[in-house]
Design a protein around this ligand. Sequence first.
Ligand code: ADE
Ligand code: ZN
Ligand code: ZN
Length: 287
Amino acid sequence: MAKWIPVLAIALAGLAPNRALAWGKEGHEVVGIIAEKHLNQPARDAVGELLKDHQFKSLADTKLVNWADAIRGSAVYKEKYPKAPQWHYVDIDVASDVTKIDVAKSFVDTDCVYAALLKFRVIVTDPKKPLQDRREALFFIAHFVGDFHQPLHCAERNKDKGGNLVKVFVKAGDKEAPNLHKVWDSVVVARAMGALSSEDYAARLIGRLDGAKTEAHQKGTLEEWIVESHKLAREKVYQDKGEALKAEGHTLSEDYLKVGAEVAELQLTRGGLRLAKFLNDAFADDK
Ligand code: ADE
Ligand code: ZN
Ligand code: ZN
């Protein structure tokens, strides 16, 4: 869910484009707010220690969860992390019925979101690493766990770069055709959130949880979560009305966007709960 750019900004009545620009950040904000509320005490203490005297105050801070996008233009960070642009996603062909074992074997040594999360999990918990590196590891983790829950960050079709190369019309009569990736980064999220702020929307998602649901969402491994997101790409993203979504100039159905908003909601909920779980586990191993 990299940029969450407001492709529908102009089309949505009453919203100034600059207001809409913030959407990109809102998906990650929702993930961060949900995660912050689900950290256990050891992880909360560890995160608090890393953020002591830092301008980012918690996982619920928009600057923290969006830092990995904010540094994209920085010369300093391009030098420090030259491969970072590739760490936001993992390109798994949508035609492949990938398993968790395939994910572990095929991607562990590549520059992708999976390997990046494994790497930064080690750094964030290593007390011998410089504080700044550990902080940056935390910022990357907080962002990348959100990212891989966007199904197109775990899939590609015909080398379309997770839908970035596929132009689609959001509704009949539209002049502009955004790419499919942006539809999933932003349009379906905006639709799910309606007029709510990130805080209010996250509160609504948290309000729908109970102990059993929370536990069910937090079950599994990183590899399984990536497979699950990839499957959503196959079943919901590259399919419209039960047929393969055409590569070019397709107009999305109303049904498609409705399902898209539901998928976005589910994945944002999972993203938040699993970011907490990822950090709870990481800092528990540390003990
Ligand atoms: N660039 C190439 N593949 C991508 C993907 N799956 N998601 C986002 N950006 C990409
Ligand atoms: Zn990203
Ligand atoms: Zn994206």
